[in-house]
Design a protein around this ligand. Structure first.
Ligand code: E4P
Length: 273
């Protein structure tokens, strides 16, 4: 499984790359806002074009998702073309993030504008990461439209299932892949019992029908969820910096390291330097 870093903070991205296990980057408007706000809080001014160029250079040759901000197909296609034309020449690693459904309310007319934008951009050779996927049927339509990547949001499904059942939780709390029961009833969102369940069903659909789309398990909140995404066969997991940082930690590894360090004999260390 490939691991992307889910961040727009170039310091975090550079550090994660230095660990040697990162295969790409996903950004979104909220992550970009967090990165910009962090710099503004330090009194720094930010040249957005130079910032994005640096982000792409750091990630080279691995892919970076840059999201559109408009909601009609016409505008998203125009923005996708602009982003690609302006930035892809820097490191040849840009893909365009398009929401699977840009509607904010059910009575809007733009439900299929995202799918339409995916189809048009992909047909022009511009790779798309189809985002904000919460159901396997959304993933199916994104795959049919030819999305290079499809991003089901695991953690936000878990949040939705818990908040719909009025369960209190912290964002990083583990939510079991097999779901949770309340008063003997398995909680679900239209048959989806957890975020990893939706990831797993998306993987199953693209695999069964041999779509070229890669499933990015997104909105991951803790290392155990990354493990479950890997076991579900996700092609990629996009993981926040803080969660990647936690992935190597185990009490017994620390304890074992201490014991091995205490037991080093000088005769052996002299040989190896
Ligand atoms: C990645 O593509 C998504 O934008 C991101 O994983 C969302 O994560 P969040 O639900 O923690 O904001």
């Amino acid at each position: 499984m490939k691991i992307f870093i889910d961040s727009a903070d170039i310091d975090e991205i550079a550090q994660a790359y230095s660990w040697g296990i990162v295969d790409g980057v996903t950004t979104n408007p909220s992550l970009l806002k967090a990165a910009v706000d962090k710099r503004k809080a330090k009194g720094e001014t930010l040249d957005m074009e130079a910032y994005i160029a640096k982000l792409l250079e750091i990630s080279k040759p691995n892919p970076v998702s840059l999201e559109v901000t408009k909601r009609t197909a016409k505008e998203m296609i125009a923005q996708g073309r602009t982003i690609y034309k302006r930035f892809n020449s820097i490191a040849k690693n840009v893909n365009i993030k398009i929401p699977v459904n840009p509607a904010i309310q059910v009575n809007e007319q733009c439900h299929f504008d995202g799918i339409n934008a995916v189809k048009v951009l992909q047909s022009e050779g511009i790779p798309v990461n189809c985002t904000l996927v919460f159901t396997p049927e959304q993933a199916l339509l994104a795959a049919k439209a030819g999305a290079a990547y499809i991003s089901p949001f695991a953690g936000r499904i878990d949040d939705y299932i818990r908040s719909s059942a009025h369960i209190k939780f912290d964002k990083s709390d583990y939510f079991p892949e097999e779901g949770i029961e309340q008063n003997g009833v398995l909680l679900h969102d239209n048959g989806i019992v957890s975020g990893i369940d939706v990831v797993s069903q998306c993987v199953e659909i693209v695999t069964y029908y041999e779509y070229k789309s890669e499933i990015i398990a997104a909105s991951l909140r803790n290392p155990r969820q990354v493990r479950e995404a890997a076991l579900a066969g996700a092609h990629i997991a996009t993981v926040p910096f803080g969660v990647i940082a936690q992935m190597l930690r185990h009490e017994k590894t620390f304890e074992g390291m201490k014991k091995f360090t205490d037991d080093i004999v000088p005769e052996y260390e002299k040989l190896i330097g």
